[in-house]
Design a protein around this ligand. Structure first.
Ligand SMILES: [Zn+2]
Ligand SMILES: [Zn+2]
Length: 176
């Protein structure tokens, strides 16, 4: 594995949700490896700077649970997604130059370098400038706002589903 999150295509592993994965770098950080890198820790999230920043400030917010990707998220995960963005915004407010343009989002399968959900929180500009392709292309990049809107829509359309999803169990592979 190259670095923290270059986010180049990589085949998805069969997604076992929430179980810590022994070879997952982010599960390692959650478990307390590299404590010097962690800039935020709460009951269900940690945040740290991307080891290969591609923006003026580039942080990652990660849930403790080994959630493989955005495809497995359901209506019950709306609060998690909102909390991830809120934490990212608070951290950028402290670390990014005032007035920076901010960007929050995810890489969609298979365009990820690590099979552990991570929100990219960036203060622009992108560095180098061409790297922005990965953070705009539909089908590669999913903004945090679009993901939250999708989960909100699902919650409205299928309120009964919330019960089943509540256990945090697998609704792996749900079509989007
Ligand atoms: Zn990524
Ligand atoms: Zn993990």
């Amino acid at each position: 594995m190259g670095g923290m999150c270059g986010c180049f295509p990589r085949r998805a592993k069969a997604g076992v949700r929430d179980e810590p994965a022994p070879d997952c770098v982010f599960c390692g950080i959650v478990a307390g490896k590299n404590p010097e890198r962690v800039i935020y820790r709460s009951e269900r999230l940690v945040a740290f700077p991307n080891i290969r920043p591609q923006a003026a400030v580039h942080l990652l917010v990660v849930p403790h649970a080994h959630v493989p990707n955005t495809d497995v998220l359901g209506a019950a995960d709306l609060e998690l997604v909102e909390e991830m963005e809120r934490v990212g915004r608070e951290l950028l407010a402290k670390t990014a130059p005032a007035g920076s343009e901010l960007k929050f989002g995810y890489h969609v399968p298979p365009w990820r370098s690590i099979d552990h959900l991570h929100l990219h929180c960036m203060a622009l500009p992108h560095t180098p400038p061409w790297s922005k392709v990965k953070y705009v292309l539909p089908g590669v990049w999913l903004s945090s706002a679009d993901l939250a809107a999708r989960l909100r829509r699902r919650r409205r359309q299928r309120p009964g589903l919330l019960q089943q999803e509540g256990g945090g169990g697998g609704e792996a592979g749900t079509a989007v």
